[in-house]
Design a protein around this ligand. Structure first.
Ligand code: FES
Length: 81
């Protein structure tokens, strides 16, 4: 039984202002398009503590930053497909 991948999008005010509002939609669409909703535990989180590098997401505890709603797709492809 594999452990589900955990994806956390930072919805703290800094990351939200830096683009995670649009990235949230992009991630939901990606999970939908690739049938990953049952395999990925995706949820929002509070400030991940790296606002200056934001926007941030965390995938199985590894932080990614500085993406936008387009380039986040490359991260998702690498981590989830
Ligand atoms: S608001 Fe996202 S790391 Fe602080």
């Amino acid at each position: 039984m594999g452990k589900r991948t955990e994806v956390i999008i930072c919805l703290g005010s800094s990351c939200f202002a830096r683009g995670n509002k649009a990235t949230l939609k992009a991630i939901i669409k990606f999970l939908d398009d690739h049938g990953l909703k049952d395999k990925v535990n995706f949820h929002g989180g509070h400030c991940l503590g790296s606002c200056a590098e934001g926007p941030n997401i965390s995938i199985n505890g590894k932080q990614y930053n500085g993406f936008d709603e387009n380039s986040v797709v490359d991260i998702l492809i690498n981590e989830l497909l």
